[in-house]
Design a protein around this ligand. Structure first.
Ligand code: DC
Length: 220
């Protein structure tokens, strides 16, 4: 079985996907991490977004691998574990930019489909229900107001001891929402047959229980 969870940045997709995966005994695949790893490579190699020929050449000599360490996803870029560094602010922005390129997406989508093929998998991303796995048994579209998503990111960063300004985070989220939903190829979009879950006034537990109930109802 495949479960697709799409939605904008900060809607709670990864937290919920991890919870559901552990409840259902599924593998969790964070597809955003793959785009982040590619973006990190482009930043390291100082490749410009507009120079698509160089992006393509660099992609040919880029390896992105997923490993599971006690159930936790680790992402390897050219053999090196980059799971932490890809969360940095500059990488978030670059991931949104480089992921708009069809050559980047096609390489990652091939990998995502191959990984999902092997086991029951929950994937989170932007285009899972519309493009990567249009036949997924379950499709969810998780969303929340931009203010709420900015507040969540702000609290998360503060808890990690980072210096941050709520207004800046909100602006970044709005920019990423715009980028991700306005690109030409496989943009962020709710699949026609996806179930929308607006998490603005819901706790993580409420969201997880609601989604689990829907999955179990159909399974029964
Ligand atoms: O989910 P995330 O914030 O880690 O994703 C980082 C960026 O990668 C996001 O701004 C858009 C892109 N992305 C995508 O285009 N398609 C996906 N399936 C997952 C992420």
């Amino acid at each position: 079985m495949k479960i697709a969870i799409d939605g904008p940045a900060g809607a709670g997709k990864s937290t919920i996907a991890k919870l559901l995966a552990s409840e259902l005994g599924f593998v969790y695949l964070d597809t955003g991490a793959m785009y982040r790893a590619v973006a990190l490579k482009m930043l390291n190699e100082k490749i410009e977004l507009a120079d698509v020929a160089s992006v393509e050449k660099t992609l040919e000599k880029t390896s992105v691998e997923i490993r599971y360490d006690n159930g936790t996803q680790k992402i390897l870029l050219d053999g090196e574990d980059v799971s932490d560094i890809i969360r940095e602010h500059a990488v978030s922005k670059a991931a949104s930019d480089f992921s708009a390129l069809p050559c980047v997406r096609l390489k990652m989508v091939e990998l995502q489909r191959a990984l999902a093929e092997k086991r029951d998998t929950i994937l989170d991303g932007r285009d899972i229900g519309t493009f990567v796995l249009p036949n997924a048994e379950f499709k969810f579209f998780l969303t929340a107001s931009v203010d709420e998503r900015a507040k969540r990111r702000f609290t998360e960063l503060k808890n990690k001891g980072a210096e941050c300004v709520l207004e800046d985070i909100k602006r970044d989220i709005e920019q990423r929402d715009y980028n991700d939903s306005h690109r030409e190829f496989a943009p962020l979009k709710k699949a026609d047959d996806a179930i929308t879950v607006d998490t603005t006034s819901m706790s993580i537990k409420e969201v997880a229980e609601h989604m689990l109930a829907l999955v179990r109802k159909k399974e029964a």
